[in-house]
Design a protein around this ligand. Structure first.
Ligand code: UDP
Length: 342
């Protein structure tokens, strides 16, 4: 099969391209390279283009004649979405609609899209299942919910077969070290913790230590990017014309910010200095998935999402991107957590 991958130069998209190629598929990446990286496109051709350019996406779909589409291209920073909702509605909604309309014109109806646990907002109960009410609390989550709604309507009206994969916290890097996470600016916890381990940052700022959790820090569900990539390949196989389905993709395990810092000290052998700072606006205290539906209907279970594999692969990627990272630093971390919890 030939698949068209928007945002295939980005973090999750590039890992999905590798998984598609590994399953014997042909890949064409469509990316404007605003946040993605040309060097991450290793498993197919790259068309540099923007989803907001209707002619460009129409031509790219017509020329590719794909059997289906994986749609990753989007803006995905919660904080930025609060200050620039205009950009988020334009890219995530208008951009998606341009893609769907280009697909319609070319009779391409199979699509798997990146969605997010941010569409659930701050649910009252854990774990989060697909039937948990979707009440997003920021513009990013709202744009992804509108995207899902639009897809449902395209499925019933135009016979699209669509699957939305609601990611929890994507983390880790390709186990062979070919690709990994590379955002500018970096805002995600695990790369920042590892930058602190590598001595590239003086410390990690922990956003809030008075949440109602066991150690007071926020709890999330970290899922390995390679596991996410595999889910996309499986989802393409079960897209059924006229049907929309959504699946939660998480490990089903809640891990606190402090758990991440301690595990990172163990995995890297480096001392990590931490600083407690106030909570980040809009951050819910606890989010973790019930991934049972993905197991039964998609045949997907995470294989690499244990914390050690996530951290070891991300650390190997960081060391390859910054040779010498962490070398020559102190490794006497035994007392550091107690020291910094005070
Ligand atoms: N976090 C933190 N310090 C940082 C970055 C993140 O304490 O420098 C926390 C954040 O408040 C959240 C968790 O780590 O509870 C995961 O944040 P991230 O930005 O990686 O992903 P998000 O859950 O926002 O999608």
């Amino acid at each position: 099969m030939r698949y068209f991958v928007t945002g295939g130069a980005g973090y999750v998209g590039a890992h999905a391209c590798k998984a598609l190629a590994g399953a014997g598929h042909e890949v064409v990446v469509f990316d404007n390279l605003s946040t993605g990286h040309r060097e991450a496109v290793k498993w197919g051709d790259l068309v540099v283009g923007d989803l907001l350019d209707r002619e460009c996406i129409k031509r790219a779909i017509e020329d590719t004649r794909p059997d289906g589409v994986l749609h990753f291209a989007a803006l995905a920073y919660v904080g930025e979405s609060v200050h620039r909702p205009d950009l988020y509605y334009r890219t995530n909604i208008a951009g998606t609609q341009n893609l769907l309309d280009a697909m319609r014109l070319a009779d391409v109806t199979r699509i798997v899209v990146s969605s997010t646990c941010a569409t659930y907002g701050t649910p009252a109960e854990m774990p989060i299942s697909e039937t948990t009410p979707q009440v997003p609390v920021n513009p990013y989550g709202r744009t992804k919910l509108v995207m899902e709604t639009m897809l449902r309507d395209y499925c019933s009206a135009f016979g699209f077969g669509a699957i939305a994969l609601r990611y929890f916290n994507a983390a880790g890097a390709d186990t062979a070290g070919e690709i990994g996470e590379d955002h500018t600016p970096e805002t995600h916890l695990i790369p920042l913790v590892l930058q602190a381990a590598a001595g590239l940052l003086p410390n990690v700022k922990i956003f809030g230590n008075d949440y109602p959790t066991a150690d007071g820090t926020a709890v999330r569900d970290y899922v390995h990017v390679t596991d996410l990539a595999d889910a996309h390949v499986k989802a393409l196989d079960i897209c059924a014309s006229g049907h929309f389905k959504a699946f939660n993709l998480g490990a089903g395990i809640g891990t606190s910010v402090m758990d991440i810092c301690m595990a990172a000290e163990r995995v890297t052998g480096q001392k990590i200095y931490i600083e407690m700072v106030p909570c980040r606006a809009g951050d819910p205290p606890i989010l973790y998935a019930d991934p049972a539906l993905a197991a039964t209907e998609l045949g997907w279970t995470p294989r690499q999402s244990d914390l050690d594999t996530i951290l070891a692969t991300a650390w190997a990627w960081m060391q390859s991107a910054h040779p010498g990272a962490g070398k020559g630093r102190r490794t006497d971390h035994a007392d550091s957590q107690a020291e910094h919890m005070n």
